[in-house]
Ligand binder design. Structure first.
Ligand SMILES: Nc1ncnc2c1ncn2[C@@H]1O[C@H](COP(=O)(O)OP(=O)(O)OP(=O)(O)O)[C@@H](O)[C@H]1O
Length: 272
């Protein structure tokens, strides 16, 4: 469904991605993890066509991404950017309806089918009661749910999410990931999700791609990828790995004092 082959990307004086390859199949969830600055968001920008690689290629449904018109691409690929949904003065229903624009003609008027899809999505995401509320009056977590609903209304074959759980409490993190996973499996949507939380990645992703300084350091099942050696080498922390008692997924326990050794130790700034 979505394939990337040997992606390279540099900015002035900075090589950000060096030969990253990946593929995501229908119904599969691929997690992308890696430290700050390892190139996750840059990878997302190349996969969505927001930026072009210096070398390598992204293919959607077997065709180079650059061959798709913007409209065709939007019918197949939905993106939840890191900054989430802007705080716009539109109602929840209007924003979800915007997800249908790529399927509409020259005039973006909602037809019968568009209205049916929007109603179904509002129902399935539990947003019926909030349908007339203004998005700029919603909490961060509620806005995130509207963003997912808009992406669902788009009816994509590929969904790309960049750290969608950052502003959510634990119940909303689990709720959102449960939702995305079961929706992706039912509809055969290929999901690529950037996550900072290795434990959530281990619980929800079929496979994990671990980036280190713009290279693909490891790729495989959570148990293959999240090993103490790899986490130590990529993040520079001393992890304790355990197994989830119910799901048996690997889980990472953190210990104080095991953080970034390169950070200077705090000194007294204002001695008395
Ligand atoms: N437009 C740009 N111009 C120059 N450098 C950039 C640009 N975008 C990103 N970078 C640099 O590329 C590197 C990778 O950035 P990127 O945002 O892809 O990392 P990330 O893994 O998503 O980080 P984080 O976890 O902090 O969000 C960083 O060093 C960043 O400063």
């Amino acid at each position: 469904m979505l394939v990337a082959d040997g992606l390279h990307k540099s900015y002035p004086n900075r090589r950000v991605l060096r030969g990253v390859s990946l593929s995501v199949s229908p119904g599969e969830m691929l997690g992308v993890v890696g430290p700050n600055g390892s190139g996750k968001t840059t990878l997302v920008r190349l996969l969505t066509g927001e930026e072009s690689p210096d070398a390598g290629e992204v293919r959607l449904d077997g065709r180079p991404l650059s061959d798709w018109s913007q409209r065709e691409r939007a019918r197949r690929l939905a993106v939840l950017p890191q900054e989430g949904l802007p705080s716009v003065p539109f109602s929840v229903r209007e924003v979800v309806e915007m997800g249908r624009h790529p399927h509409q003609g020259f005039w973006p008027w909602a037809g019968v089918r568009d209205r049916q899809v929007v109603e179904r999505v509002l129902q399935q995401t539990g947003l019926q009661a909030d349908r007339d509320r203004q998005v700029n009056q919603l909490s961060g977590g509620e806005r995130q749910r509207v963003a997912i609903a808009k992406a669902m209304a788009q009816g994509p074959r590929v969904l790309i999410l960049d750290e969608p759980t950052t502003f959510l409490d634990i119940a909303h993190q689990l709720g959102m990931l449960d939702w995305i996973r079961s929706w992706g499996q039912k509809e055969g949507v290929a999901v690529l999700i950037v996550l900072h939380d290795l434990n959530l990645a281990a619980l929800y992703c079929d496979r994990i791609l671990m980036l280190k300084e713009g290279t693909c350091f490891a790729q495989g099942t959570p148990s293959d990828t999240l090993t103490p050696d790899r986490i130590r080498e990529v993040y520079g922390v001393e992890p304790v790995l355990t197994q989830h008692p119910v799901t048996h997924a690997p889980q990472v326990l953190l210990q104080p004092g095991g953080g970034d050794a390169n950070l200077p130790k705090p000194a007294v700034l204002f001695p008395s």
